[in-house]
Design a protein around this ligand. Structure first.
Ligand SMILES: Cc1cc2nc3c(=O)[nH]c(=O)nc-3n(C[C@H](O)[C@H](O)[C@H](O)COP(=O)(O)OP(=O)(O)OC[C@H]3O[C@@H](n4cnc5c(N)ncnc54)[C@H](O)[C@@H]3O)c2cc1C
Length: 278
């Protein structure tokens, strides 16, 4: 690991000013679970690390008057797992509690997972799946971006060099009546090979008013699928397999395509069952 200077700002504004001052040599560090690994492997070698650990208000969960859930970017997985989240917001707690191992969950943050933009990570997949909005602060002011527009590729995001992701906002509970997240991994501590999220809004009859299906891990960024609201799980699985990985010419891609098909079928079926019994 190359030598670096540790900077510990007290506010987001101070952190942004430090990023600006030190330019491309500066990197934000949250839990360090991805960044320190990359520094040890020397794929990155920042001269300055701007720590988010001392910034008040960047960690924790609050609720907006309309019920939207605001999760501070520096909130750890462990804190999310302990948070008493209601309705489908609780699925985020389940996602946070069912990844990696305890040391990673104790230090890794929701913002770090999004900014690392690894296609296998669970929280970015879930954020796109429920159509979460991200809050970003920078020298040019504050802005918001849907999670699906934030993730641009493996390790690539829409965040600027002197910007900080400050919060992830899950839409109000009434947005969805059922949310189901499923993933496939080889061993319990492995990252997912493929994950799927189904977010469903109930209609007046048996057919849902809206079904949002998102597949992650199989491609560089999560894919949101146009699935007919009345589609069965089997049909949604077929649509997903054909559109996410259309050219499955080798064994590994065919394997992933089967995972896409199966996980989408399961999430859609489970979401439809939940909305039926809600
Ligand atoms: C052994 C192991 C197993 C794992 N298994 C899983 C798994 O099964 N599922 C899963 O989803 N993930 C898994 N992970 C990944 C883990 O979720 C991420 O490493 C972690 O969430 C990253 O968060 P962090 O706070 O540690 O980020 P850091 O490592 O501190 O930062 C990551 C990147 O994001 C930037 N950054 C961080 N926060 C901000 C911010 N607020 N604003 C702007 N930029 C920011 C940093 O500059 C850096 O580029 C695993 C990691 C390890 C080490």
């Amino acid at each position: 690991m190359r030598p670096f200077t540790w900077l510990a700002p007290d506010t987001t504004e101070e952190a942004v000013a430090l990023l600006r001052e030190h330019g491309s040599g500066a990197r934000v560090i949250a839990g360090g679970q991805s960044l320190l690994l990359a520094m040890k492997e020397r794929t990155v070698g920042p001269s300055h690390l701007v720590s988010l650990g001392g910034i008040t208000g960047l960690a924790g969960v609050t609720t907006e008057p309309d019920g939207a859930l605001v999760v501070g970017a520096a909130t750890t997985y462990a804190a999310l797992t302990r948070a008493a989240l209601r309705g489908w917001h609780g699925v985020l707690s389940d996602v946070a509690g069912d990844l990696a191992d305890r040391p990673v969950r104790n230090r890794g943050t929701i913002g770090g997972a999004l900014c690392a933009a690894d296609p296998r990570f669970d929280v970015p997949a879930f954020a796109v799946g429920v159509d979460a909005v991200l809050r970003i602060s920078g020298a040019g002011g504050d802005r918001t971006l849907p999670a699906g527009e934030f993730l641009l590729g493996n390790g690539l995001t829409a965040i600027g060099q002197d910007e900080i992701l400050t919060a992830v906002v899950l839409p109000p509970p009434a947005t969805w009546d059922a949310v189901v997240f499923e993933k496939f991994r080889h061993r319990v501590f492995d990252a997912a090979i493929v994950s799927a999220t189904c977010a469903l809004r109930r209609g007046s009859g048996a057919t849902p008013a809206a079904v949002r299906v998102t597949v992650a891990g199989a491609t560089a960024t999560p894919v949101v699928l146009a699935v007919d609201a009345g589609a069965t799980g089997v049909h949604a699985g077929e649509v997903a397999a054909a559109s996410v990985l259309p050219d499955a010419t080798d064994e590994a891609t065919r394997y992933r395509r089967e995972l896409v098909r199966t996980l989408v079928r399961r999430t859609v079926d489970r979401a439809r069952t939940q909305q039926g019994s809600a």
